[in-house]
Design a protein around this ligand. Structure first.
Ligand code: FAD
Length: 287
């Protein structure tokens, strides 16, 4: 099923998950039991990230997305980045997706790889969206940034660029993770002013260990509200307490987002069935 149809026919808030394929030196089936458990929670769809590594690692996105859809019965979305790819690379991926029955693509620019010369075929995710549009009937989604993408000059420029991505074919957006809902609500206002009318899901990352928070914040630059930092300070050296507090924080964010009419919640599961289950159980009656 196409994600756009899911949003058009929805009678409740959409709940989706994100998972990642194992690294190429781990066997691919090392994640299958976790994925089966995560799929058993019956989210509306699951998206599968696309690594920056070589083609072997990148094929894993398709393999995992296919497993989720064709064996575990949950609709899947395959992420695809373009900045380090030739047109032939992208064509090969699209053929692979088609062969596995994958209809939904999360079209991304991706990050530049240190020391590697970027390919010149696709400069922005909007270029990838426009290209895929000419290549068949895929449903396209794109990324958005409540706290503004790190390379954009300001929030106005960023939202106008986001509009170009929607005009190029992204029919649904998923946000970068954030810990302060008010930043997301301000971002939604900017998208409305800019005339962006596609569904926007809020990306929620349950922080369940201290390394994860430091790593994620340095990578995506999310700001940390004082309330959140206090929790990290208090429970930082108690792993189980920190995990419970991280789940509680994410649930509180989700409840507030649903009450404020968010189109969907996209949970970064980090391939952790326990955390995905706790959060799904806490919010499923509220969606
Ligand atoms: P773009 O939309 O191209 O934006 C990049 C920058 O260019 C922005 O500053 C934007 O304002 C500007 N811009 C965009 N279009 C134009 C234009 N037409 N003219 C001028 N400027 C423009 N990375 C991975 O490698 N694999 C993944 O699986 C992955 N999944 C992700 C999932 C989510 C939900 C999110 C939020 C991010 C994900 N990323 C992933 C990270 C992403 O690749 C990086 O954030 C990357 O830096 C930007 O990708 P983008 O598609 O948002 O880029």
């Amino acid at each position: 099923m196409k994600i756009t149809d899911m949003f058009s026919n929805k009678t409740k808030t959409i709940l989706s998950f994100e998972v990642f394929p194992p690294k190429k030196n781990s066997p691919i089936d090392s994640v299958y039991s976790k994925l089966e458990e995560i799929c058993g929670l019956k989210p509306d769809f699951i998206s599968v990230t696309y690594g920056a590594g070589g083609s072997g690692e990148r094929s894993r996105t398709c393999e995992i997305a296919s497993k989720i859809k064709n064996d575990f019965g949950v609709e899947s979305v395959a992420h695809l980045t373009c900045v380090n790819s030739t047109k032939a690379d992208i064509d090969a991926r699209l053929v692979e997706f088609k062969e596995h029955g994958i209809e939904n693509i999360f079209a991304l620019r991706g990050d530049y790889i240190d020391g590697a010369e970027p390919q010149k075929n696709f400069i922005y995710a909007s270029d990838l969206c426009a290209y895929i549009r000419t290549k068949g009937d895929f449903d396209l989604s794109g990324a958005c940034y409540p706290e503004v993408h790190s390379e954009a000059a300001d929030e106005v420029e960023d939202v106008l660029n986001l509009k170009k991505k929607v005009e190029a074919g992204a029919e649904h957006l998923i946000s970068q993770l954030f810990f302060d809902n008010s930043l997301f609500y301000r971002f939604i206002e900017r998208t409305k002013i800019a005339g962006i009318n596609v569904p926007i899901e809020a990306g929620i990352m349950p922080v369940t260990n201290k390394n994860q928070i430091e790593q994620m914040v340095s990578m995506c630059g999310a700001s940390l509200p004082a309330k959140f930092s206090k929790i990290m300070q208090k429970y930082g050296s108690k792993p189980e307490a920190l995990r419970d507090a991280g789940i509680a924080y994410a649930v509180e964010q989700i409840v507030d987002l649903i009450a404020n009419g968010v189109d969907g919640i996209h949970l970064y599961t980090m391939n952790n069935p326990y955390v995905a289950r706790k959060i799904t159980e806490a919010v499923s009656r509220l969606l």
